[in-house]
Write a protein that binds this ligand. Structure first.
Ligand code: NAD
Length: 440
């Protein structure tokens, strides 16, 4: 099938590449000329494990190409995906200007039947708004005809290729039989193991995405609160996590406490759902609390540091392991590391940060407010303590003797509970993690 993907960010590029992988002909279009030039030169503009192999293979085999020219991209396409940003507007609601703006541009160009698929995360009612844009700008006398479909994306950065190639489910919101058949044909190869394509109306589909992300953000936040309580009552959150996770109704996944959720989705989607609810005069209390708790959790490590250093962080030097909002990505949007950096710098501390992929992105944002190291051990040199913010696999079994000898003091603040408490006792560290006993 001929496909166009509008927007080549984390979602658009993965979508386009993975659709090409099953034999479709995909043209990706982006307004960022530099990015398109890079991709044309064979450079993957983001870090996403496994993407580069598929990217190069499909370009070489002529199924994947890139352009800045919207007309060229959509001319022969049967299905057009919108994978555009929906950032929070000033009041927290999703900014639909990218989606509706692109819809208008596309509407003026369409000369035959096309399915317009919204992959961006958009509030309930957006399909109607997109349809209204087409109703206004589509030239039916020149053969223009469209169906508008909602098809939210559930991929996770870091495992995005796997998630797209083998989704737990595909959600499609449409009221058109013709569009439904095309979407069924398109997604068939990805659900051969029997996972469902769930068809529904557009509004339910749009809400499904927000409900999923808000539920997950709530689950993490609940565990963060349990962890905070564990510290007060002398319980171990790891034990509690296992104890509740064994209950199939709760499940083992997504129960790990930490330094709050971040990333380009959870913060903005929780905020947008709460805002949508309030527009319908519904007071979504759980989500309000989730946001409030998460704000505090993002700097919980800073509070621990303040306590340890008697509220005097001035002149202290900290090694920071992990900048990305989660492992296996270079994405730093709403990353807890940024909040920790701001709070520590404001308190007069010095930071040397290491991250396997995200340093360049942080440099663009923070410049030389902090120092960076290309080696995790080098970052420790002469630091008062090590702070762990992102659970990259390479931090899991480090050389503790080396850590101890490089640090000024054997002190670790771990926002991801990476290490065994007994191991920390054996290695003679002061070790302060989340929801567990303080060692040392
Ligand atoms: P992104 O910011 O990484 O990428 C957006 C891309 O769109 C950029 O390359 C930008 O240059 C391009 N763009 C902007 N305006 C354009 C236009 N008019 N024409 C062509 N290209 C244009 O965004 P993302 O992370 O891929 O997210 C896209 C959407 O998918 C958002 O609604 C997001 O909430 C949703 N989503 C994201 C994820 C994720 O993990 N990142 C997961 C599921 C859903």
């Amino acid at each position: 099938m001929k496909i166009a993907v509008v927007g080549t960010g984390y979602v658009g590029l993965v979508t386009g590449t993975c659709l090409a992988e099953t034999g479709n002909n995909v043209i990706c279009v982006d307004i960022n000329e530099q990015k398109v030039q890079k991709m044309r030169a064979g450079e993957v503009p983001i870090y996403e494990p496994g993407l580069d192999i598929l990217f190069h293979r499909n370009i070489e085999q002529g199924r994947l190409s890139f352009t800045t020219n919207l007309a060229e991209a959509i001319e022969d396409a049967k299905i057009i995906f919108l994978a555009l940003p929906t950032p929070p507007g000033g009041d927290g609601s999703a900014d639909l200007s990218y989606v509706l703006g692109a819809a208008k541009d596309i509407a003026r160009l369409v000369r035959n039947y096309k399915v317009i698929v919204t992959k961006s995360t958009v509030p309930v009612g957006t399909a109607d708004k997109v349809r209204a844009v087409f109703d206004e700008h589509l030239d039916i006398n020149k053969g223009g005809e469209v169906d508008v479909v909602s098809n939210p994306e559930f991929l996770r950065e870091g495992v995005a290729v796997e998630d797209f190639m083998k989704p737990d489910r595909v959600v499609v919101g449409t009221s058109s039989d013709k569009a439904r058949k095309l979407m069924e044909e398109l997604y068939g190869p990805y659900v051969r193991s029997g996972n469902p394509i769930i068809f529904m109306d557009e509004r339910s589909s749009e809400l499904t995405k927000y409900a999923a992300n808000s539920f997950l953000a709530t689950k993490i936040t609940f565990m963060n609160e349990i962890a905070n309580l564990c510290e007060l009552v002398g319980a171990d959150v790891d034990m509690v996590r296992r104890g509740i996770g064994a209950d199939a109704r709760i499940g083992k996944r997504f129960l790990f406490p930490g330094v709050g959720y971040g990333g380009s989705c959870f913060p903005k989607d929780v905020q947008a759902l709460e805002k949508s609810a309030s527009e319908y005069q519904y007071d979504f209390k759980i989500l309000q609390s989730v946001m409030e708790v998460n704000e505090k959790q993002k700097v919980v490590i800073v509070e621990k540091l303040r306590k340890y250093y008697n509220d005097d962080l001035k002149g202290k030097k900290f090694a920071l392991w992990g900048l990305a909002f989660k492992p296996e990505t270079d994405d730093i949007r709403e990353a807890p590391s940024l909040y920790i950096i701001d709070a520590l710098v404001e308190a007069g501390a010095q930071i040397v940060a290491y991250d396997p992929e995200a340093i360049e992105n942080v440099k663009k944002l923070k410049g030389d407010v902090i120092d960076y190291s290309s080696d995790p051990y080098e970052a420790l040199n002469g630091a008062d303590a090590l702070i762990i913010v992102t659970e990259w696999p390479l931090f899991r079994t480090p050389d503790f003797d080396r850590i101890g000898s490089l640090l000024k003091a054997r002190v670790i603040f771990d926002g991801r509970n990476l290490y065994d408490l007994q191991k920390m006792i054996d290695c003679g560290f002061y070790y302060n993690s989340i929801g567990r006993k303080i060692i040392g």
